[in-house]
Structures are given as structure tokens and as C-alpha cells.
Design a protein around this ligand. Structure first.
Ligand code: SF4
Ligand code: SF4
Length: 409
């Protein structure tokens, strides 16, 4: 453990109001300061890790809101990941082991996700699924219910992206696009829109066919060896001839930007990673008019993990006719947090309810957010509330604006 980083905490408490678990539970040990106190006690040998210690660590969303709030620069995210790594090695967890193991066997494997979704799509059918969902049987198995509820009524077909798309207009360079394991299956509109916009912005876009998972889930879960293996494999799929490696899923981008912290030889790869909003923000896009209202939710791993707050908003503000309504607590976690909503559905639902309350109060027609987990989680919350509101990635709204411009020319 990095003792110096742990000792940098001066216990000021500035981070507490920013912490979603502290706001909901009101417990010091479920706050950043409390967790750091526990981590330090273990690192200094004053406390033996126990099931209670693991519970406080497991309840953390790894949202890193405490990190952006902290005036002392405590790197909470990496300290949590190191702590979870120790707990994993010692076999200490408060979570259902079988479900956790199944999720790690499924989610970092896009091929397996495709097979699982094909099975759900074919059986038991949409009507039966809905009846089952409303029957109350699911209440007996809340974690499986949480997983099923994330799926849209009509499960889409996975996106198929061209391996190469040339730049249009003045060429700026060559980028590789990460397709994202869950995103390519459950948010299939995002990848094609990213390709289209990047091409319009002057980038040749390469989509390596052999790309796997970035390892973000394993990193946040403390499975550091599995994370390092995946990171090395993924980095090898992107050629040295690329100016940037682009992600349109905030969780993946945040993990990839930190590759150099965990694997020194991948520092060069990490430095080339960009969120799609960073490459589009100053591009000359042919945007057309969209007379509607939208509101923006900050994905934790974009605003806190990558410190990108202004870029997505600046992009959306450029859409002619679009009214952007401010969202209260826009940077408070929606409860998705990787697989947190599947492992801790009760607390995740309390955060989702709070998020949907704030979204409904804006009366916007569209809620925009740049991460697959947030898209699915917020869509689920809006569906359950019966809200007539679309949930879109920024590139989807921008592509819609470009299409409107095409039609008016
Ligand atoms: S990462 Fe998020 S949930 Fe965890 S302590 Fe920090 S603010 Fe709280
Ligand atoms: S983590 Fe930072 S903000 Fe939070 S109590 Fe420690 S020094 Fe203060």
C-alpha cells in the first residue's frame, strides 16, 4: 500500500458531502475519510482486515467524487483498488461470491455477452418477460432482477463497425476506436455515431477487430493480475501508427488512461487515450437544428476519473436550437458504477431514484450521458417511473443534429 498517499489525508471532511454512500447512509465509515482511516489502520498494522472492513470497501462505488473534491490530492481511486486487490488475495468479500464470479466470467467477454443476450432475446419472449418482471417472483432474487431490469424490452442487435473509415474534409490524423464490451451489444447506436463524427472531424478511424476488454471491471474490483493481462492484450491490438486511441465509454477511457500507473511499459499507450468529446470539441461539425430540451448527467469516470466536465457540455451547447437544462447533482453517481448495481441493488436503487427525481424536475425531453453503464441505469430508472424521456450518448445527439443539417441542405 502507498502509505504516503494514505497519510496525505488531513481529515478535513471536505469530500464528505460529495460522497454518494455517505449522503445516503450517513455513516463515517462509509465516507471517503472513514474508508481512508480504515485503510491506513490496516496498512500500519493496527487493524486486521475483517468482513466488516471488506463491507465498507465493497459499499464504495469507486466513483472518485472524493478525489476531485480533495484539496490534499489524495488518490482515493488507486488506494481503493490496491485495498481491494489485498482483499481479493485474502478471499475477503461481503458480496455473493457465485454471482460475482459469474459476472467476471461474462462481462469482460463480448462474445459471451452476445451469446447470453441472444438467449434472452429468443426466450422467453418480450411478453412473457414483462409478465415475469411484474409477477413479484423477481423480488425473491433481487440481484438477478436488477440484471434483467437493465435490459431494454427489445434487445438490440450488436453494432458492426467498419474496420476503416477515412477522414472527410481536412485530414487531422488517424485514431483507433475502442468498441466497449457491453456498449457494442446494448448501446449499439453509439459506436457508428462516434465513427461518423470522428470521420467528419477529419480523423481516419480504425476499429481493430481483435479488441477485447479494457479491464476496467477487474481494476475496480481489485483483480489486478487479470486487469494487467487484459490491458496488455488490448494495448497490442492498437497499432503504434495511431495518433490517439478513442473511447466513447467513460469507464473504459478512465481505466485506459491509467494503464501507465499500473504497467509502466503501457505509459505511452495511456498518454494517447482520449474521450471522444476531447477530439470533437474543437471540430467543425456540420450541425443542424434540433428544437428540443436536454439535460446532461456527468458519468463519474468522465468527470472525476478523467476530469472532463466542460467538453461534453460545450459540444452539446453547439447544437442549434437545443436548450440545455441544468441537472441538479449532475455529478452524483447514478448507482451504476460498473457492476455495483448488480451486486448492491438496494443502495444502487436509492441513488437511481434520487437521479431520476432530479432528471424529472428538469422536464427535459432527453437526458444525455457518455457511458454505457449510466445509459442503461438511467434508462431503466426512467422506464420504471413511466417517464417519456430519451436517454442518449452525446455522440447520438450530435449525429442526430448532423442528420438534421443534411436534411435541410
Ligand atoms: S469513491 Fe465515491 S463512494 Fe467511494 S468514498 Fe469516494 S466519493 Fe464515496
Ligand atoms: S480525503 Fe481529502 S477531502 Fe477527504 S478528508 Fe481526506 S484530505 Fe479531506
Amino acid at each position: 500500500m502507498d502509505l504516503d498517499a494514505l497519510r496525505a489525508c488531513v481529515h478535513c471532511g471536505i469530500c464528505l458531502p460529495q460522497c454518494p454512500t455517505y449522503r445516503v447512509l450517513g455513516e463515517e465509515m462509509d465516507s471517503p475519510r472513514g474508508r481512508l482511516y480504515l485503510m491506513r489502520a490496516v496498512a500500519e498494522g493496527r487493524l486486521t482486515p475483517s468482513a466488516t472492513f471488506a463491507r465498507h470497501m465493497d459499499l464504495c462505488l469507486a466513483c472518485r467524487a472524493c478525489e476531485t473534491a480533495c484539496p490534499a490530492g489524495v488518490p482515493f481511486g488507486s488506494l481503493l483498488e490496491q485495498t481491494r486487490g489485498q482483499l481479493t488475495r485474502q478471499g475477503l468479500t461481503s458480496r455473493p461470491r457465485l454471482l460475482e464470479r459469474l459476472l467476471y466470467l461474462l462481462l469482460p467477454h463480448p462474445g459471451r455477452i452476445g451469446v447470453a443476450l441472444a438467449a434472452v432475446r429468443g426466450w422467453p419472449g418480450r411478453g412473457l418477460r414483462r409478465r415475469f418482471r411484474n409477477s413479484g417472483v423477481w423480488r425473491l432474487v433481487p440481484r438477478l432482477a436488477a440484471m434483467e431490469a437493465l435490459l431494454p424490452d427489445d434487445i438490440p442487435q450488436a453494432a458492426s463497425l467498419p474496420r476503416f473509415t477515412p477522414a472527410r474534409g481536412a485530414r487531422r490524423g488517424r485514431v483507433g476506436l475502442l468498441t466497449g464490451c457491453v456498449q457494442r451489444h446494448l448501446c449499439p447506436g453509439v459506436g457508428p455515431d462516434s465513427v461518423r463524427l470522428l470521420s467528419l472531424a477529419g480523423w481516419d478511424v480504425v476499429v481493430p477487430g481483435e479488441q477485447g476488454c479494457c479491464g476496467a471491471l477487474e481494476l475496480h474490483g481489485g483483480r489486478l493480475e487479470a486487469f494487467r493481462r487484459r490491458a496488455r492484450t488490448l494495448a497490442a491490438a492498437f497499432g503504434d501508427d495511431l495518433d490517439h486511441i478513442v473511447t466513447d465509454a467513460a469507464g473504459c477511457g478512465s481505466a485506459m488512461k491509467e494503464y501507465g500507473h499500473w504497467i509502466v511499459e503501457l505509459s505511452g499507450v495511456a498518454q494517447r487515450v482520449r474521450d471522444v468529446s476531447q477530439l470533437l470539441v474543437d471540430a467543425d461539425l456540420p450541425l443542424g437544428r434540433l428544437d428540443t430540451t436536454a439535460t446532461y448527467h456527468d458519468p463519474c469516470h468522465l468527470v472525476h476519473g478523467q476530469r472532463l466536465r466542460g467538453e461534453p457540455r460545450a459540444l452539446l451547447a453547439r447544437i442549434p436550437g437545443l436548450r440545455l437544462e441544468p441537472l441538479a447533482e449532475s455529478d452524483l453517481c447514478c448507482g451504476s458504477a460498473g457492476i455495483y448495481n448488480l451486486l448492491e441493488p438496494v443502495l444502487a436503487d436509492r441513488l437511481l431514484d434520487r437521479k431520476v427525481d432530479r432528471i424529472a424536475a428538469t422536464r427535459a425531453r432527453i437526458v444525455v450521458t457518455g457511458n454505457a453503464g449510466c445509459l442503461l441505469q438511467i434508462a431503466r430508472g426512467c422506464r420504471a417511473r413511466g417517464l417519456d424521456i430519451e436517454v442518449l450518448h452525446p455522440v447520438q445527439l450530435l449525429a442526430r443534429s448532423v442528420a438534421a443539417g443534411d436534411r435541410s441542405r
